[in-house]
Write a protein that binds this ligand. Sequence first.
Ligand code: 13P
Length: 338
Amino acid sequence: MSLNNIEEIANYIVSDGKGILAADESNPTCGKRFDSIGVESTEENRRDYREMLFRSKGIKGNIGGVILFDETIRQSSDDGTLLRDIISNQGALPGIKVDKGLQPIDGCPGETVTVGLEGLNERLNEYSSMGAKFTKWRAVINIGDGIPTDKCIDANMEALADYAKCAQDNGMVPIVEPEVLMDGDHSIDECYAASVRSLKSLFEHLNNKDVNIKGTLLKPNMVTSGKGSSNQAGIDEVAKKTLDCLISNVPTELPGITFLSGGQSDVMATAHLDAMNKIGGFSWKLSFSYGRALQAPALKAWGGKAENIFISQDELSHRSEMNKLASLGQWEENLEDR
Ligand code: 13P
């Protein structure tokens, strides 16, 4: 595969309905996922699990990029193959999470800013030399009493823009992820308002820092009701409000929008994506960058046992195929009956 610049890389990742497998859980987050299946989160177990995912047949043709955590980009399988080479051999590009997590903001209770700009250039340089083609930085916006504040949104979106510029200067595509969390009992309209404010601020900052939008991917939340809300918006409303929010705030020259799943069930994340693509009327590719919504069935089927590898891989392959169809607006619910 010869991709000569960040614009070609960004376009490749979302070409032909392909999307992204987010496998960049930090060790504590991976620990939580493994706890749910009673598996200890050791370096070796994390490697075995991810190697299994990356070797799944359904990566080929459905997944254009895989986001890794620092530990994984350095790991090799028992036969000595680097995990990142397994990914490339499947026709997917290796990417890397480069932020350093969340820190509370002084004077803004309940809010955080994502850190990691210090030493970023050096880290990016190393990741690029290891073959990483794209990068990810996640900002978190909470909805609650009096939040998000402008201060929180501005600090997070400015850091995202600084990171994006630095990634592009190192020849890698930045995925900018402003995640408005589903946690809470807020309405879909409150999610809409917080998402609009975040996206407006983000694209202003990207513009101010001269980030090349054609070499950038956006990883947003969908506009949904809060998880704890008793009035859950249906698929059509989520699809329409998400599209409305994006069409009004995202420049048309952006090559792709790859949603996070954010705690939606695996099939619901697929159904929402499909509904938006069936509506259409936008210029960017509308695709996925799911963590839980791609991995959950595979994780459960694996249960830490080598004898379950094939059924687990089959689960990941299935979700990858379903989400590719959803990115093309060609998914149907009955395809889930297997
Ligand atoms: P989820 O799809 O599980 O939300 O994870 C995506 C991700 O990469 C969050 O940063």
